[in-house]
Design a protein. Structure first.
Length: 748
């Protein structure tokens, strides 16, 4: 079999003895297959479905109910005494231990009227139980509901996603489920409208393309096709986002296994009917705010009420994210999270919603506030743990990782190291995947801070784990393996080990090409990144034709991605423009170099204006490149202007974080030294060259293998300067120091 079952969970199915007998059997068969074909193979979990079939075994069924993880009650027209008895047994067990979780499904009658006894049961569920129940027309349409309910109970840590119409858990498709079978998808008018609009646009684009591809295509047709294609891409992205947001609501509905307040029950019902507007009305902002004030005033006595209210706000957020025509939805979501945060602060429940808020802010590129909320979530968990409450190591590990990654996005590398190391330590006993994730995060961090020995250690640790996991589940871990190969390529390129870098990049490229062929919308960005890295590598090797080929492949993908979603892909597009600018500089095609560097500058100045804490280093690099370009074109005033702009940013960054930005600052000092030397401004030239040397000597003392070539360059530059000054003894001294280093490097 190849796997060892770690956990077995009983799942109980019941309906009136004869009514829905075959439907009940179909459900148990489905759960059996789901267990054997999916849960057992990939998660080492087995489900043990039990279905009531005989009135003589009631005592046996009662015991099965009490030991069950979940109970599923399915009704048509009858509610037998036995089924009511089983419901009471399940409810009594749930009230005592919160298990089994209880789920209800009612078959819709053709005449739209439920039988009196079924209607009475529904009223009882609403009034006395407070549980939510759903409807079906064909029993096979509840498969996805049941899968989501099972996954919520047996694997709560595994995220379930919807991609390209498939339901995935940890990148693996869940078989025999169809999201469009759920009423909240089928009945959503916005989704139906957007799909119709997309189909019409797609048909128009196909017709226009036949003319567009002709060599003598008129300009107006080209313009029309470009406009329609961009509109189609935008609509596709909005439709995919709407599908994902509706799926979030599906997961929310399926997670309800206990008492659900009347507002949310009504909202869920309208959502299943496809009426988001009425669902939102059930969660009226004014009413929620008023109720919030009441709850806050008696927080200590109303923890359960507060949690229910927080859940209602969260449902409002999920609904807002599905309402694509509401241009203010993101600001409303932010306002809702702020209200939730007040409740969390005052009442002390719902801390996980602060985590959700941090994740939302990261998606919105508000990295500073995302970091603040992630850090707050960590403090909430740590406080709970200190007070003796149950906080799992997995929850803490995820929280530390959230803070560490956010800090890394803000270039706060000291804090990033602190929290990612905490996550790494916890991950050591949380399984291979957790260990691989945290090793990878630390590898990225140490590579960015140019601590290449540690970066190599953590990347290789990641590689060993991912390669081992891939042997059993190659399709599930292919993206992680490709990402590890890519980052090892970056590491070896930084170490000037170009053959090893090429080896890893080409391994990554092969895998990303295959992944892109299977799912381009998910993996095109990764494929473009690998083309970009190979372009940089071949440029460093002076293999300019190959460099151009790879950079142009990256550019084609990135321009297409940017046209669809500029807020997400503009930074990557700017990087490729920058790389092409440097390539054309090496080829002495200065007009092309200027064109691409100025394209990069336009994007980076805009990004820096919006988020300087993230994009200032990139803007400084682009100023630096333009300074070098204008120097090569003998446009010295422009060269000085751009180098001094770069210097202003880099000195500020270095003051905040010298361990990270000292090498970049030294480069700018060196460039200004060369410029002033050429202009025969020898006093300024000496000042800048000596500043560059001071930094490079310190860096070389800390990391000989990484910075020796740069130190040799600094000695050589000062040798040339003293030669120009006819100070030949000093010139000889510096050139001999450079020569000594280069001889050692050559011997190695």
């Amino acid at each position: 079999m190849g796997y060892v079952i770690k956990n077995v969970y009983t799942v109980f199915f019941t309906s009136s003895a004869e009514e829905l007998k075959y439907e009940r059997l179909r459900l148990t068969d489905f759960v059996n297959n789901f267990s054997v074909d999916y849960l057992e193979q990939f998660f080492e979990i087995r489900l043990k479905p039990v279905s009531c079939a005989s009135e003589d075994k009631q005592a046996e069924y009662d015991d099965a109910i009490r030991e069950s993880r979940m109970c599923f009650f399915v009704f048509d027209k009858e509610v037998s005494d036995y089924t009511e008895h089983e419901l009471e047994v399940a409810k009594a067990a749930f009230d005592k231990t919160e298990l089994p979780k209880i789920y209800f499904f009612f078959k819709k009658p053709h005449d739209e009227e439920f039988s009196k006894e079924v209607a009475a049961l529904q009223a009882k569920l609403d009034k006395d139980f407070g549980h939510y129940y759903t409807f079906f027309e064909d029993i096979d349409t509840v498969h996805l509901r049941i899968v989501l309910q099972i996954m919520r109970q047996v694997l709560p840590e595994v995220s379930i996603e919807l991609k390209d119409g498939k339901v995935l858990a940890r990148n693996m498709p869940i078989p025999d489920v169809d999201p469009m079978s759920l009423p909240e998808f089928r009945n959503n008018k916005d989704l139906a409208r957007m799909r119709e609009e997309y189909a019409a646009l797609d048909a128009e684009c196909r017709k226009l393309y036949e003319q567009f591809k002709q060599p003598d295509c008129p300009a107006d047709i080209i313009a029309e096709y470009s406009r329609k294609a961009a509109e189609r891409a935008r609509l596709k992205e909005e439709t995919e986002q709407l599908l994902a947001n509706i799926f979030n609501i599906s997961k929310e509905i399926c997670s309800e296994s206990g008492v659900v307040d009347a507002k949310r029950r009504a909202a869920y019902r309208y959502l299943e009917e496809g009426d988001s507007k009425k669902a939102l009305e059930m969660l009226d902002e004014g009413e929620l705010l008023a109720e919030g004030e009441r709850v806050l005033s008696k927080a200590r006595e109303a923890r359960a009420e507060a949690q229910s209210l927080i859940d209602a706000w969260k449902l409002r957020i999920d609904i807002l994210l599905t309402m694509t025509e509401d241009k203010e939805r993101f600001s409303k979501v932010r306002a809702a999270y702020e209200t939730i945060e007040k409740l969390v602060d005052e009442v002390g429940v719902g801390a996980e919603k602060i985590r959700d808020y941090a994740r939302f802010l990261r998606i919105q590129n508000d990295h500073k506030l995302a970091y603040d909320k992630a850090l707050k979530y960590v403090h909430l968990l740590e406080s709970k743990k200190v007070s003796g409450k149950n906080v799992t190591d997995k929850a803490l590990c995820d929280a530390y990782d959230l803070v560490g990654v956010a800090a890394r996005s803000l270039n706060r590398y000291v804090e990033a190291k602190e929290y990612l190391k905490k996550a790494y330590d916890l991950a050591q006993h949380l399984g291979k995947w957790a260990k691989a994730r945290e090793s990878f995060s630390l590898g990225i961090l140490y590579c960015r801070t140019r601590d290449f020995d540690k970066a190599s250690k953590y990347y290789r640790e990641t590689l060993i784990i991912i390669e081992d996991l891939s042997k059993a589940e190659p399709s599930a871990y292919a993206p992680d393996l490709a990402g590890t190969y890519n980052n090892l390529g970056i590491l070896h390129e930084d170490l000037n080990e170009y053959d090893k870098a090429r080896e890893y990049y080409e391994k990554a490229l092969k895998m990303y090409k295959q992944l892109d062929a299977e799912n381009s919308s998910a993996y095109a960005p990764d494929l473009a990144m690998t083309y970009n890295n190979l372009g940089n590598l071949h440029a460093a090797l002076k293999e300019y034709d190959k460099a151009r080929e790879y950079h142009e492949k990256a550019l084609g993908i990135k321009e297409e991605l940017n046209a669809e979603n500029p807020s997400a892909y503009a930074p990557d597009l700017a990087t490729t423009y920058n790389n092409l600018g440097m390539l054309y500089w090496d080829l002495k095609e200065y007009d092309k170099a200027r064109e691409y560097h100025e394209k990069a500058l336009g994007i980076k100045e805009k990004l820096n204006a919006e988020n300087p804490s993230v994009y200032a280093p990139d803007l400084a690099a682009t100023y630096n490149n333009l300074g070098k370009l204008h120097y090569g074109l003998k446009e010295y005033d422009k060269a000085r202007e751009y180098h001094e702009k770069a210097l202003g940013i880099k000195e500020k960054l270095n003051a905040e974080n010298p361990s990270v930005y000292a090498p970049d600052l030294a480069t700018t000092y060196y460039n200004l030294g060369i410029l002033h030397q050429y202009l025969k401004e020898y006093g300024k030239a000496r000042e800048y060259h000596e500043k560059a040397l001071g930094i490079k000597e310190k860096l070389n003392a800390e990391n000989l293998s990484a910075y020796a070539p740069a130190l040799a360059g600094a000695y050589n530059a000062l040798g040339n300067l003293h030669k120009d000054l006819k100070e030949y003894d000093k010139a000889r001294e510096y050139h001999e120091k450079a020569l000594e280093i280069r001889k050692k490097l050559n011997a190695e």
